[in-house]
Design a protein around this ligand. Sequence first.
Ligand SMILES: *[C@@H]1O[C@H](CO)[C@@H](O)[C@H](O)[C@H]1NC(C)=O
Ligand SMILES: *[C@@H]1O[C@H](CO)[C@@H](O)[C@H](O)[C@H]1NC(C)=O
Ligand SMILES: [Ca+2]
Length: 319
Amino acid sequence: MLQASRGTVKASLNFNATTDAEVLYKAMKGLGTDEAAILQLLVARSNAQRQQIKTAYKTLFGKDLVDDLKRELTGKFETLIVSLMSPPLAYDVKLIHNAIKGAGTNEKVLVEVLASRTPLQVKDIVTAYRQEYDAVLEEDISGDTSGHFKRLLVILLQANRQTGIQQETIDADAQALFKAGEQKFGTDEQSFVTILGNRSAEHLRKVFAAYMKLSGFEIEESINRETSGALKILLLAVVKCARSVPAYFAETLYYAMKGAGTDDDTLIRVMVSRSEVDLLDIRTEFRRMFACSLFSMIKGDTGGDYQKALLLLCGGDDA
Ligand SMILES: *[C@@H]1O[C@H](CO)[C@@H](O)[C@H](O)[C@H]1NC(C)=O
Ligand SMILES: *[C@@H]1O[C@H](CO)[C@@H](O)[C@H](O)[C@H]1NC(C)=O
Ligand SMILES: [Ca+2]
């Protein structure tokens, strides 16, 4: 896939992997570590260039760059830098694996990745997961989840959404959603799962408008009232991504930082995975939706080298 142009991170023009590997080696050798040199260099390179630096580093010094970074760095800053070093597909596969391995399930990560990635990306994740873990992702996710939440995740894993707009079914879909929720005692979750899991984003946007006209409610309000738990979170993510993926991530980042404390895992995950995709659009949506810029919120919520790297990834303030 071509480098999308809406990211904040771009390929460096006068790139020399050997020179970069030497700079990183110097920043880490001996006592102490030059964290500033490491973060300034790595944020200013595309992920593809970072992979070339990794290779050059091994050739020059016979050592694994990521192992050295892990040894020299600590905490959230280490997590951020190591995440930047991972190729995007491998990063997603690892996120999903970590979300389901062991006891418990990180539903938030499953929802975010499977609701926001393109069909092609989801297909690549399924294939790469099989190669990496010799396991079938659908089976592993099915074993870890249940009910309608599981059903919708499995539909999303097929990455088989219809394409385009089916003009003749817009009203029928809106009516089916109304009947399945607001007009029903209890909720027919299956109808929500079928329509939101199978229709294209363009089609769904038309359905949401028809739904509003028909019922007087935004579909999000109805999902909030009619469903609960992980299914609700997944349905809302699918709706928000159908409306606008950058707006979905702007909101995700906002709630990762709002109030006391910070959900650093989410902050790192979103900043890294969107840095070469649509972080510029996410910044714009963030500024439109909330009272401050993404930059200023990161600045207020983080510190140290971790903050420096995140602000460079953010790439600018939208006053
Ligand atoms: C990269 O820099 C090294 C010196 O550090 C030089 O020997 C090499 O030719 C350069 N490579 C390219 C492609 O310019
Ligand atoms: C959509 O989702 C349902 C599951 O609810 C599935 O059975 C159905 O075959 C899917 N495909 C279409 C085109 O509706
Ligand atoms: Ca109801």
